[in-house]
Design a protein around this ligand. Sequence first.
Ligand code: TYD
Ligand code: MG
Length: 456
Amino acid sequence: MAKSSTYVCSACGAAHKKWAGRCETCGEWNSITQEDVLSAGPKGQTLGAAKGLKVELSDLTSKDAPLVRSLFGIDELDRVLGGGLVPASAILVGGDPGIGKSTLLLQAAAAFARKGKKVLYVSGEEASSQIRMRAERLNLTDAPVKLAAETNLRDILTTLESERPDLVIIDSIQTMWADHVGSAPGSVSQVRAVAHELTTFAKRRGISVILVGHVTKDGQIAGPRVIEHMVDTVLYFEGERGHQFRILRAVKNRFGPADEIGVFEMTGAGLKQVTNPSALFLSERDKPASGSVVFAGIEGTRPVLVEIQALVAKSPLATPRRTVVGWDSGRLAMILAVLEARCGISFGGMDVYLNIAGGIKISEPAADLAVAAALISAKQDHALPADSVVFGEVSLSGALRPISRPENRLKEAEKLGFSSAYAPSRMKTIAKTGIDVHKVGDLAEFIELCFGQLDD
Ligand code: TYD
Ligand code: MG
């Protein structure tokens, strides 16, 4: 095998001919490192020598690929996976260090083992005694999970061959190394090689595999994005350090809907499921204040109510601040521009802060109207009625566009004690709920209805 050097980005895995400060593919800074690569594969093999494959879709029977899912018994996790674990599937769980990945997976391993499944938990970060200490804290010491503290891929594969578990958890992929790859553990070539060998080996033997991947910003170790394409399902475990809420989000799922979320709360004794996230996200809400608006959103298959907070203040800076937490800053710029151009409400010379309470991130365009409402409410110091929710997408013309599943949003709002809603009028007829729906055609009409004539 020939050996050569190349430069690879540890964030996205792109290869470059020479070193650069910034990766041209993903735009990350300081993420390019030099790595040795082995050009594998037998030399001089001719086409004639290779074996031809003959497979027809009609030859496959459902017996060849049984898709009987197994439940962990942790509802929030099972739902994010699309209804439990598919046999022989490969799952990547990414997240910042310290967010709770090992805690979640140890709890999942224990729950699975208690259902009579064979689970092997391989840790490259902690000694068996440390994992045991964690298990004691989580009250899981009686669960029949097999533990191994190991980093060598060859040893892990040998163990898998003899143990034949239903599920193996590798914590984390960045600590594992394959001895036929020259570079250090955590490098792009190692992470790729280990992930590839583990997933193909596990698939052949009918073992499901969960890989844990740390997200890093400094480029020292390869990020989980490098192996996203090799696995069936990619989950990210997110949350703010200061908050106890953790969100498990499916970003790719061959066996279920992407964008599904599971909500957990980190407590002194591990992660607890949050079955009613709306109540949790709204629980810290004070009495109605200007700048605070409740958005009725949908995350995955589930409606979730969240509070959107805005603050607008006179700016001492030449270029006023635009600070966003939990939403897209480009989208905020768009809403500010639409408010100025279509409704004559200017935020020039003012700092604008926007925050989604509870540490959740929102990506739905349906939040546009709620964001606009929060901004105007903050600027005018005029609170919206405390019992109302808002949803609708804002187009560049200022018109409100219909959004998906209004009934689910309204039902969730009704369940949590809200009694009115502001929604786009161009929506198909909405089935009757206990909520009084104010239908509005565009932003100007919404402003008139909620805030009256503005003297701006
Ligand atoms: P961990 O699962 O080790 O994170 P990761 O594997 O993603 O790096 O979680 C570590 C954090 O969780 C740590 O700050 C302590 C906290 N924690 C609790 O609050 N309660 C618990 O029961 C456990 C086990 C950890
Ligand atoms: Mg860990």
